[in-house]
Design a protein around this ligand. Structure first.
Ligand code: HEM
Ligand code: HEM
Ligand code: SF4
Ligand code: SF4
Length: 381
């Protein structure tokens, strides 16, 4: 045993190990009723939009009220959430991956008092601080990425687009008025931290222009071999340029090979590719993670480009509203957006929504992507 000489004891592998690095163990934060009934739940029901009850084998009940939040919040709002949790929920609350906050109580009466309190809290402008909803056959809050606020490669904003889309879909958030759950995701570049590829409606930021090269700074800011190695298509190579009689070590980019992924910029800040005209949004639809009725599926591109129109992105919200309305009117009960499009056929999807089919959209509309995608990260030409 290699480590025995350094004091490792194979009989007690955890001895003297520091194991409390990283996030704290979630078990420390579970409400007592969850802890007591861990893994022993009988069933759950949605009592009304935004309100769930979970019933345990022991007969214990947990009533949950789900509220939408923004992913980036002020400290004052978070303090107010804690205040609500202290008042009604013995100090416990939880956040979901879709940026909802959930308050839990152990009786129906407490839940009603909690919900009334939440709905009574409004911002000065009159909007709800804690809109209740996001469950069942409605539109839940959007899972999204970081956008212009704090990522370096976004082709669109995340918080801004999410705000305008959810403003428009508020009735679908607070109601159960859709055929089935509709999950929306926003990712502000193709890195797709937001899991767009398996959402009913996905908003993806795309760049359409190759990086600009800051020759004078590049060698001071970046490791040239790293910038070269970062490119999945092999478009970046080392190069030299002369500016005002001075030689600079830099890179050259074969633009016809560039797919605007931004990997090189991640490695080398002297290769920015954000561009007002080039950057914008593609829309994908029909993905899902659930395997109910049909297999999980990837979403497919249906709109190749929508320009960035901050602060309210009118074309984006109008396009999404249209898809939501056509789906709502045409799909069968329980049919997810992708199931509906596959049943009527993708041609009919484009006819019914009036979305123009362009050559950009020709992809793998027949085969599951698994069979058709190249499996390696290095493309060969
Ligand atoms: C180097 C890799 C990554 C970095 C630096 C990164 C960074 C971040 C940051 C800074 C946030 C924001 C957290 C906040 O605002 O509180 C975030 C959120 C998120 N990331 Fe990543 N991430 C990375 C990789 C991933 C991967 C691989 C996934 C999924 C497979 C992922 C999924 C998400 C999701 C879903 C959120 C939203 C979570 C939420 O707000 O509820 N990220 N990430
Ligand atoms: C070729 C690339 C990728 C493939 C084939 C892929 C495949 C999948 C599949 C099949 C699922 C569904 C898993 C399930 O059924 O439970 C999934 C979920 C997910 N993926 Fe990816 N993925 C890819 C890239 C990424 C990237 C780049 C990210 C983020 C950086 C990402 C983030 C996620 C997240 C957060 C989920 C969970 C979604 C949810 O629970 O709603 N994926 N992915
Ligand atoms: S999707 Fe791209 S731009 Fe957006 S946060 Fe993730 S890596 Fe950054
Ligand atoms: S944007 Fe992507 S494809 Fe284009 S040069 Fe950079 S790494 Fe290569």
């Amino acid at each position: 045993m290699a480590f025995v000489s350094s004091g490792y004891n194979p009989d007690k592998p955890m001895e003297n190990r520091i194991s409390d690095i990283g996030p704290r163990d979630f078990n420390e934060f579970l409400p007592p009723v969850i802890k007591n009934n861990y893994g022993k739940w009988l069933y759950h029901e949605i009592l009304e939009p935004g309100v769930l009850v979970h019933v345990a084998e022991s007969g214990d009940e947990v009533y949950t009220v789900r509220c939408g939040t923004a992913r980036l919040m002020s400290i004052t709002l978070i303090r107010e959430m804690c205040e609500v949790a202290d008042k009604h929920c013995d100090g416990y609350l939880r956040f979901t991956t879709r940026n909802n906050v959930e308050f839990m109580t152990d009786s129906k009466d407490k839940m009603i008092a909690l919900k009334d309190d939440l709905l009574s809290r409004k911002f000065d402008g009159g909007s709800y601080k804690f809109p209740v909803g996001g469950t069942g056959a409605g539109i839940s809050n959007i899972v999204h990425t970081q956008g212009w606020v704090h990522c370096h490669t976004p082709a669109t904003d995340a918080s801004g687009t999410v705000k305008v889309i959810m403003d428009d879909l508020f009735d679908e958030f607070t109601g159960h008025n859709m055929p089935a759950p509709v999950r929306i995701a926003v990712a502000c570049c193709l890195n797709m931290c937001g899991a767009c590829h398996c959402s009913d409606i996905a908003v993806v930021g795309i760049h359409r222009k190759p990086p600009i090269i800051d020759h004078e700074y590049l060698d001071n800011l970046c490791e040239i071999p790293l910038a070269v190695a970062s490119c999945p298509t092999g478009a970046v190579r080392p190069s030299k340029v002369e500016i005002d009689g001075k030689q600079f070590k830099t890179v050259a980019i074969k633009e016809e090979r560039c797919m605007f992924c931004g990997n090189c910029y991640t490695m080398c800040p002297s290769l920015p590719l954000s561009d007002k005209e080039g950057d914008g949004i593609a829309l994908m639809v029909g993905g899902k993670v659930s395997n109910r009725i049909s297999m999980p599926k990837f979403s497919k591109v249906v709109v190749a480009f929508i320009p960035n129109e901050p602060p309210r992105w009118p074309t984006l919200t109008k396009t999404i509203r249209n898809i939501v309305e056509v789906y709502k009117a045409d799909a069968n009960k329980y049919e997810r957006l992708g199931d509906w499009a596959e049943r009527i056929g993708w041609e009919r999807f484009f006819e019914k929504t009036g979305i123009e089919f362009t050559p950009h959209l020709i992809d793998d509309f027949r085969d599951p992507a698994y069979y058709t995608w190249r499996q390696s990260t290095q493309f060969k030409f």
